[in-house]
Design a protein around this ligand. Sequence first.
Ligand SMILES: *Cc1c(COP(=O)(O)O)cnc(C)c1O
Length: 364
Amino acid sequence: MQVPFFDLKRQYETLKEPIHKALDAVMEKTAFSGGPFVDEFEKNLAAWSGSAHAVALNNGTNALHIAMLVLDIGPGDEVIIPANTFIASAWGASYAGATPVFADCDPDTWNLSVEAAEKAITPRTKAIIGVHLYGQPCNMNGLTALCKKHNLHFIEDNAQAIGATYNGRMVGNTGVVSCTSFYPGKNLGSYGEGGALFTASEDIANHAKSLRSHGATVRYYHDEVGYNMRMEGFQGAVLNVKLGYIDGWNARRLDIARRYRQEIQNPKLKMQAPEPGAESVYHLFVVTTADKQALTNYLESEGIGYAFHYPVPCHLQKAYTHLGYNEGDFPNAEYLATHCVSLPMFPEMTDAEVNRVIEVLQKF
Ligand SMILES: *Cc1c(COP(=O)(O)O)cnc(C)c1O
């Protein structure tokens, strides 16, 4: 039995009717850019997440860029970012003209180490970006306390953990500003590109709304250099349908992850250690193993899909050579990059497929 790493088509099959109806409604109203379907999604998203304001955008990367702008972070400023994350966590700082400063992860939870973040602080530091990697909330208590102590902004990159909780409270609404992504492969994915910025501040929400629409609050009157980062009407309509299912999908991911954790008893494999107080939504299920090639060869021979998240840490990417980092700077992030294998994890996996993954990994 083959088990795919991911299969988005299965979800579409279950949602065909409501999705086609939603897309038709957008066309009937010709509400293609922003508009009533996006407004409604913003309202529903804010209510569901318990955030005062949700600002819908055209992707998560731009949400991180806007986060920098609304917090007045720019040239001369430094932003601390975990070395092991999807590169987009760092793009926002770069786009704004600030300098990404990378820091190592904890060797067990794989999220940003509070000690490493503290060591990276300089007089130019303006913010720390906490990434909830693979769906597991980072050490929010530690990082928010650190930010408070040094008078820094705490920004959440919640692209992978929509719906996850920390101390019983949903993440993504606890920082001054937090960002998420609706890339199709994320737990809540659009049918194209999408993202959102969350904030408790009405002023920040209004500023973000102006920035996404050419720096104007009144049409054709531009207060500052703005952007075109509006969400498309189709994406708002699709996400409005899918928001009704996200809790169920996350619960199914958690079920599968619990079975993996309990039933894959194999000393050759290491799993992400739980962060105290955090409940993951398992965007990805990643393991590390000493001989990654042996594991992937074996998975291939058994027909089990896999992927790598992420094979090169941010500080060693070509795009950031000018920052002057070297191999060996962040050993935990580097170990993870060279030893990680992501296993099949999506809500539409059948029980038979979950059983098969467990059986195969047991025998490795
Ligand atoms: C997906 C992702 C982003 C970027 O979101 P896009 O919508 O693809 O631009 C940012 N940070 C992390 C951690 C991500 O996984």
